[in-house]
Design a protein. Sequence first.
Length: 201
Amino acid sequence: MVSESGETYLPKRGVSPLHIVLTAVMAGVLSLMILFAAITTTVVPGVAALYPATAFEVVFGIWFGVWGALASYIGLVIAGTYAGWFPLPLGVVLSLSDFAAAFIPAAAFRLLKADPALKRAKDWVIYIVFGIVLSSVIPSLYYNSINLAIGWIPSWEAFVLAVVSWNIGNYIVTSVIGIPLLKIVTPYVKRSALYVQHWFS
């Protein structure tokens, strides 16, 4: 099939075991990135100054819809629990931050009919607003507010530092890593059986 932008992609298919496998693989990759590719600070356990996994969470959400968001959630639960950043019950709650990081741009690109290959000015605006800014601001406020409430962030000053460092780092990785991935790799993903045009398929 050919999209409005002239690109060829496979026709819509239903949910299949391939989506489950894809989610498991993405979750595994993200958990490893979270564990080994984050430049951390000592502001609060689990908060990184530079968090490259965010760029992949955003891109996976745009390409794979809800599956990308689920993988982002599972990846943080696994990594954070393994690393001792939080106990599992708390991790189940905190990791909704990474679900949101992927789901916000995923929803925006689908509802506003943006092209993941960023071919039009509209696509760029949607990516900047939802894929760079809101995908970072909302999760950072959520995650750090919980840590402030339970005493893991000792003061409002530390809360502001955690939020600011989180967002600056995410703006960098979603720009430097996310944009080239979308521009270069999207055409190949769209032609594969993995691409999720809608929410689940």
